[in-house]
Design a protein around this ligand. Structure first.
Ligand code: ADP
Ligand code: MG
Length: 646
C-alpha cells in the first residue's frame, strides 16, 4: 500500500519583487497513516511553506506530492477543497477563529461545507468541545476565551469532520508554556486514538513530544529521526455526515444566517447601501402609481364627455394643415345628418377665444357657437336659468349661457348674472343661464371658462363666418356606433363632393390619450430604473470593500474546506439579501410615498401589482448582477495569500 502522504523532490519557488526565491529544495518525505511527526526548523526555514503544500493549500513548483498514491496535481479545485475538508484538519498558530461566531459555531464550520444537518453538527461540535474541556464555554466568542481555549476550539474544528490528518503549524507559538503543554497533550492523545499528526515548530521541547522529528534548514531536510516508542493503534475514522434531504436547505440556511450576521455587523453601512435600493424601488412604485393615476384621470375626463359621441372635424384625414380653409360645414348639413338612422342629436361647435365684458370688467373666454341640444349631447345641464332654445337659434337671438368660471369671475360676488347684459365682440348679449361645472378637459383646459350662444348669432355677430369648425353627433344608445359612423361618412362625402372631414369616435380618442399617458409612465419608469441601477452600483461597491475586509475570513473558510462555490454563494447571498430587504422596504416606502403625495398634492394614485412585483424583482436581480463580481473576486482568492492577510 502506498504511504498516506508522499512528497517526492518537492521544491517551491516564490517570486518576490521580480526575484525568484526558492524556499524548499528537493524535499522528499513519506508519512504513514497514524504517525506523529514534528517538522522542526528555525524561523524562515520553509516549515510553513512545506505544511501548506502538505495541506493542499499551496502547490509545489516542481516535484510530485501523492496522497494515498494519488498525484495532487491531477486534482481539481473542488477535489482539493474536499481533501482539506475531510482529510486534513488545520490548527494555526493564531487560531484563526471567526470572531463573530461562538465556540460551537466555529467548530461547526467544516461540517457546514459537508452538508451535515444542523442538529447533528451542533451535537458533534459540542461533544468535541466537551472532550477538550470547553463544555462550559460553548457559547463564548473568541474574544471571551483565553489563547489556550481558542486553540482548543480550533482543534475541535480540525476534528469536526473526523480529522484523520491533523496539521498544526506552530500550535503553541502564541501560548504560554502551560497552555502549550495542554495543547501538546491533546495532540498526543489524538495520536493515541489513531490520528496522523504533523506539527511544525521551532521549539525542540515541543518537537520532543513527537516520535519522529524531521529537521529542515534553509529549505532542505537535514535529518529525519524516529524514536523507538510504541506505535499508535487503530486509524481515526471520518465522521460520515447524515446527508438527509434537508442538507441542501441547511447549506442555504447557513448562508442566509452568515449573510444576516455580517449585515448586522456593519449596520450603518448596510443601511446606507440599502438606501440606494430603497430609493430605486420606492421611486418605481410611487412614480408608476402617480403615472397610472394621471392616466386614469385623463381617461375619466374623456369618458365624462360621453362615450356615444362622434365628432366630425374639418380637414381630410392626415392633412391637418388644410383645416383652416375648409368652409364646407354649413347649417344646411345639420338636417341631413340628423336624418341618418341612429343619430339622436347633432350640433355644430365652433370655438373661438373672445373678449367678454361686463361693466368695466374684461375676461378672455372661449365662445362656443352651438345648437340648442348642447346640454343633452354632453350631459351638461344648466345650474340656473336656461340654455337657449331652437327658437333662439332661428331668430338670431342675442342670448348667452355662461360657464361657472365666467359667472364667478366676471360678476361681483353678490350679483345674479341672469338678466344682465354682457358684451361679446361689440354686441350685447342677454345672460339667460349658467351651466353646472364640468372641470378640466382631457388637455387640462378649464371647460367652465366658456360661454355658449346660438351658432346663428355667433356666425353673424361674433365670428364673422357661417361655417362650423366641428359637428358633434350623439348616437342613440341602441344604435351601432360604427355603422352610424360609416353612414355619416358616405353622407358627408356625397354632400361635400370630397373627403374634407374626419370622424372621430371616443374609443379612438381614449386610445390616443392612453398611449400618450403610457409614454409618460414609461419615461417615469425609466428614470426609476436608472436610480435602481445606481443603487446596484452602490451595492457592488460595498461588497467589494467587504470582500477586501474579509479576505482573511475567506482564507480560513477555504483552508477548512469551503469550495470556491461556497464562498461565491455566501457573498452573493449577502448582496441579494441587501437588495431583498431594500426591495421590501422600497415597496413600503413607495406605497407610503405615493399615498402621501396623493394626500398632500391631491393627485390621484393607482397602485397596480405588476410595477410593484417588477420593481421588487429588479431589486432582487440587481443583487445577483451587482453582487456577482465581488462574490467571484472572493471565490477566486488564493487561500494562502488570503490567510496571510491581517
Ligand atoms: P517558516 O514557517 O519556517 O518560518 P516560511 O515557510 O513561512 O518559513 O517561509 C520561508 C521563506 O519563504 C521565508 O524567507 C519567507 O520570507 C518566504 N516566503 C514565504 N511566503 C512567501 C510568499 N508568499 N512570497 C514570497 N516569499 C515568501
Ligand atoms: Mg511559519
Amino acid at each position: 500500500m502506498p504511504p498516506l502522504l508522499e512528497l517526492d523532490a518537492i521544491s517551491r519557488t516564490y517570486t518576490s519583487g521580480g526575484e525568484p526565491l526558492t524556499v524548499l529544495i528537493g524535499v522528499s518525505l513519506a508519512i504513514e497513516s497514524g504517525e506523529f511527526v514534528a517538522i522542526m526548523g528555525t524561523s524562515g526555514s520553509g516549515k510553513s511553506t512545506l505544511m501548506n503544500i502538505i495541506g493542499c493549500l499551496d502547490k509545489p513548483s516542481t516535484g510530485t506530492y501523492r496522497i494515498r498514491g494519488v498525484d495532487v496535481a491531477s486534482l481539481s479545485g473542488d477535489q482539493l477543497a474536499a481533501l482539506r475538508r475531510e482529510t486534513f484538519g488545520f490548527v494555526f498558530q493564531r487560531y484563526n477563529l471567526m470572531s463573530d461566531l461562538s465556540a460551537v459555531e466555529n467548530a461547526e464550520v467544516p461540517a457546514v461545507y459537508c452538508g451535515m444537518a444542523k442538529t447533528q453538527r451542533e451535537a458533534h461540535a459540542s461533544e468535541l468541545l466537551r472532550q477538550l474541556g470547553l463544555g462550559d464555554r460553548l457559547q463564548h466568542h473568541p474574544n471571551q476565551l483565553s489563547g489556550g481555549q481558542q486553540q482548543r476550539v480550533s482543534i475541535a474544528r480540525a476534528l469536526m469532520n473526523g480529522g484523520p490528518v491533523i496539521l498544526a503549524d506552530e500550535p503553541t507559538g502564541a501560548l504560554d508554556s502551560q497552555g502549550g503543554k495542554e495543547v501538546m497533550a491533546i495532540l498526543e492523545k489524538l495520536h493515541a486514538q489513531g490520528h496522523t499528526i504533523i506539527v511544525v515548530t521551532h521549539d525542540s521541547d515541543i518537537a520532543s513530544y513527537a516520535p519522529r522529528i524531521v529537521r529542515i534548514t534553509d529549505g532542505r531536510i537535514t535529518s529525519d529521526e524516529k524514536q523507538q516508542r510504541g506505535e499508535a493503534g487503530n486509524r481515526a475514522q471520518t465522521v460520515e455526515p447524515e446527508k438527509d434531504a434537508s442538507a441542501g436547505v441547511a447549506v442555504l440556511g447557513e448562508s442566509l444566517k452568515m449573510a444576516l450576521r455580517s449585515l448586522l455587523h456593519n449596520r450603518m453601512r448596510t443601511m446606507l447601501t440599502m438606501l440606494g435600493i430603497i430609493i430605486g424601488v420606492a421611486s418605481v412604485v410611487a412614480l408608476m402609481a402617480i403615472g397610472n393615476g394621471a392616466k386614469q384621470d385623463v381617461l375619466d375626463r374623456i369618458q365624462a364627455m360621453g362615450t356615444d359621441l362622434l365628432t366630425v372635424v374639418r380637414g381630410s384625414p392626415g392633412a391637418r394643415a388644410s383645416a383652416g380653409i375648409v368652409t364646407s360645414f354649413l347649417p344646411e348639413d345639420l338636417p341631413s345628418i340628423r336624418s341618418v338612422p341612429g343619430v339622436a342629436m347633432a350640433i355644430p361647435e365652433t370655438n373661438q377665444s373672445s373678449l367678454l365684458r361686463f361693466g368695466d370688467q374684461d375676461l378672455m373666454v372661449t365662445a362656443v357657437g352651438t345648437g340648442e341640444d348642447f346640454p343633452q349631447v354632453h350631459d351638461w345641464p344648466p345650474q340656473s336659468g336656461v340654455f337657449f332654445s331652437a327658437e333662439h337659434v332661428t331668430s338670431y337671438a342675442q342670448v348667452v349661457t355662461l360657464g361657472q368660471t365666467v359667472a364667478k369671475n366676471l360678476f361681483p360676488k353678490d350679483m345674479n348674472p341672469l338678466g344682465q347684459y354682457v358684451l361679446l365682440g361689440s354686441s350685447p348679449f342677454l345672460v339667460i343661464g349658467v351651466l353646472s361645472s364640468k372641470g378640466l378637459s382631457s388637455r387640462g383646459d378649464d371647460l367652465d371658462n366658456s360661454v355658449w350662444l346660438p351658432y346663428s348669432t355667433a356666425g353673424a355677430r361674433v365670428f364673422g363666418q357661417r361655417y362650423f369648425n366641428n359637428i358633434v353627433v350623439r348616437v342613440s344608445p341602441d344604435a351601432d356606433m360604427s355603422l352610424v359612423q360609416a353612414q355619416l361618412h358616405s353622407l358627408l362625402i356625397k354632400r361635400h363632393g370630397k373627403e374634407d372631414f374626419n370622424i372621430r369616435n371616443m374609443a379612438d380618442t381614449i386610445a390616443t390619450a392612453s398611449e400618450t399617458q403610457n409614454t409618460l409612465t414609461y419615461l417615469l419608469a425609466a428614470i426609476a430604473v436608472i436610480s435602481l441601477i445606481v443603487g446596484g452600483i452602490g451595492v457592488m461597491n460595498i461588497m467589494l470593500v467587504s470582500v477586501t475586509e474579509r479576505t482573511r475570513e475567506i482564507g480560513i473558510r477555504m483552508a477548512i474546506g469551503a469550495r470556491s462555490f461556497d464562498v461565491l454563494f455566501q457573498f452573493l447571498t449577502e448582496a441579494v439579501m441587501v437588495c431583498f430587504i431594500g426591495g421590501l422596504a422600497g415597496v413600503i416606502a413607495g406605497v407610503g410615498g405615493g399615498l402621501s403625495t396623493s394626500a398632500i398634492a391631491g393627485w390621484r394614485v393607482i397602485f397596480t401589482v405588476s410595477p410593484i412585483v417588477l420593481a421588487f424583482a429588479c431589486a432582487f436581480l440587481t443583487g445577483i448582477i451587482f453582487g456577482y463580481l465581488p462574490a467571484r473576486k472572493a471565490a477566486r482568492l488564493d487561500p494562502i495569500e488570503a490567510l496571510a492577510r491581517d
